[in-house]
Design a protein around this ligand. Structure first.
Ligand code: 5GP
Length: 190
């Protein structure tokens, strides 16, 4: 999506370790008009998949996920990050490796909010190694729900998470795919 690529080029900053900071419009301050256009594109890509629920991960996926959920007129559900690793029979839990923090943490979704009747579209701000996306996909599978696909704002294509999910048959649509980020130079996939 051209407008998102332009925002990344104009306001994104590349940090050591292949971390892209987009705090001025996506991850901290949110450009709502741009995010709403992103939601519109994801709506068009996934409208025939008829999701009944939009699933994301707190905190930075929530803004985009709300706007996508608004388009579909369905609930937005966010996986929570656990502070203390207490297993609960009432929740689906998965371990996720944080690429940016270099730590593993547990995410969970209450069993009350996902059922086998659900068709779930996963939405997130970034897709890098795919750990967060796989954790959410596993939760959808464990609930017996159907995964419609994944709508991502920024995919770092060189970290392969997206391509591995596509190869596994998941419909992944990323609004901007960065193929390289060397020396502060960004190249987008066509
Ligand atoms: P993955 O699990 O695919 O490796 O990473 C996805 C998660 O890590 C996203 O939810 C996002 O919060 C975070 N993340 C990964 N790479 C970046 C990055 O370059 N910049 C920012 N701001 N977050 C990232």
């Amino acid at each position: 999506m051209r407008q998102l690529e332009e925002a990344i080029l104009n306001y994104g900053r590349v940090f050591p370790g292949n971390v892209l900071k987009v705090d001025s419009f996506l991850n901290h301050q949110v450009d709502v008009l741009l995010s709403d256009k992103m939601a519109e594109e994801l709506y068009h890509v996934f409208k025939d998949d008829s999701p009944t629920k939009i699933l994301t991960l707190e905190a930075s996926g929530i803004a985009l996920a709300v706007l996508v959920a608004r388009r579909f007129g369905v609930p937005m559900l966010f996986a929570k990050k656990m502070r203390t690793a207490n297993a609960s029979p009432e929740a689906y839990m998965e371990d996720v490796r944080s690429f940016t923090r270099g730590k593993t943490f547990t995410i969970y979704v209450s069993k009350e909010y996902l059922s086998p009747a659900d068709r779930v579209l996963i939405v997130d701000d970034f897709l890098a190694t795919g750990s967060a996306a796989v954790g959410m996909r596993n939760i959808v599978n464990r609930a017996g729900a159907t995964l419609c696909g994944m709508g991502i704002a920024i995919e770092k294509g060189f970290q392969n998470g997206g391509d591995e999910l596509r190869a596994a048959g998941v419909k992944v649509h990323s609004l901007a795919v960065i193929d390289s980020m060397t020396d502060g130079f960004l190249t987008f996939r066509d």
